[in-house]
Ligand binder design. Structure first.
Ligand SMILES: C[S@@+](CC[C@H](N)C(=O)[O-])C[C@H]1O[C@@H](n2cnc3c(N)ncnc32)[C@H](O)[C@@H]1O
Length: 334
């Protein structure tokens, strides 16, 4: 993630071999998300079908799974795009961005207190979770998030509503690496869990629909969201060239919300990254190469502000993401 991203973490024992890991993960990632590469479509047999993105998911030597180039990539090339599995606006942006895609709303005068949509399409695509959500009283839950300055429980709330409406399954995030949690951290999550379960049980008048919503499920979702969520900052405009998009991501306004993706979650961190993730108008992400990349090279993004000194970077990555960075810059003490 750029200086804009938050959430991501440690460990993982892969049940996959190198080969089937890349196949299975790419299949699940791409069946759910739109993908395009910058390669000229005219070079390929079928002009109507975009070529596969120039990447695969594989196992790295020291950082679990990672994303690798399957061919030479040029600086500025679009690697692929990705649609979120789920996203949620920041509480401070609820009245200013679309409740589904996080696009800035044009007409703020008509925005609703529980979220508005930028288009009929977004409204239609939200119908499942929104119909569940508006039946419950979220005052206590939202207050809890606001007073503790928490954003991830809001994402678990949305996922829970998506599961109840049939828009998602309880295991939608299971492929993602979870962070390790201390007993203290898990105890802190209990209040949020109680408030979420209470709001939904009261609204649905039955335990049956919320049977999946156990403390264990809630904590396990938060453990994955903490390490894999991206903080969305929109850069606006049309930033197709490398320099403008890099400048735009530095100059982007504050976060409009947070989102979880499948494929972007497999990019490891580097303090001198060769790729970056960017959001132009909404939560649909673009992954781009920052410099020329050789076939087989791992593509890495930067999770934090890379301009900090080594000690500050290591501290932030350890505290926020739970790992000791092993990138070349850190190994050489830069
Ligand atoms: C968002 S995940 C990236 C994908 C992950 N490797 C996987 O297998 O799902 C972030 C985790 O990857 C590992 N990781 C990412 N960048 C790393 C780095 N520079 N040094 C060491 N571990 C890293 C850490 O375990 C970190 O918690």
């Amino acid at each position: 993630m750029s200086s804009s991203t938050l959430g991501r973490c440690r460990r993982w024992a892969s049940p996959f071999t190198k080969a089937n890991c890349s196949n299975k993960l790419l299949h699940s990632a791409f069946s759910a998300f739109t993908t395009r590469t910058s390669t000229n479509i005219a070079e390929h047999d079928s002009p109507s079908r975009p070529p596969p993105p120039p990447i695969r998911v594989g196992i790295t030597e020291s950082s679990g799974r990672g994303v690798f180039a399957t061919r030479r990539i040029r600086a500025g090339d679009l690697l692929h795009t990705a649609k979120p599995i789920l996203c949620h606006p920041s509480l401070s942006a609820i009245h200013t961005v679309c409740y589904f895609c996080l696009r800035k709303l044009k007409n703020l005068a008509n925005s609703l207190s529980h979220g508005s949509f930028c288009s009929e399409e977004c409204k239609e695509r939200s119908k499942g979770f929104y119909d569940v959500e508006i039946r419950a009283d979220w005052l206590a839950f939202d207050d809890y998030c606001r007073t503790h300055d928490l954003k991830y429980p809001l994402m678990v709330k949305r996922l829970a509503c998506m599961v109840i409406s049939g828009d998602a399954t309880t295991d939608s995030l299971d492929t993602l690496q979870p962070t390790s949690l201390t007993t203290e951290m898990m105890l802190e999550m209990e209040e949020g869990f109680g408030l979420l379960r209470n709001a939904l049980t009261k609204a649905l008048m039955t335990d049956e629909n919320v049977a999946f919503l156990t403390k264990q499920w809630y904590i396990s979702m938060l453990a994955r969201i903490r390490i894999n969520a991206f903080r969305i900052e929109l850069v606006g405009g049309s930033y197709e060239d490398l320099l403008s998009s890099a400048v735009a991501s530095v100059e982007a306004e504050g976060a409009v919300g947070n989102a979880i993706y499948m494929l972007p979650s497999f990019y490891n961190h580097d303090c001198d990254p060769n790729a970056h993730i960017i959001w132009i108008e909404n939560a649909d992400a673009k992954l781009k190469a920052l410099r020329d990349v050789k076939e087989g090279e791992e593509l890495r993004i930067c999770y934090i502000d890379a301009s900090m000194d080594q000690e500050a970077r290591q501290e932030l990555l350890f505290q926020g993401f739970g790992f000791q960075c092993s990138c070349s810059r850190c190994l050489f003490g830069d």
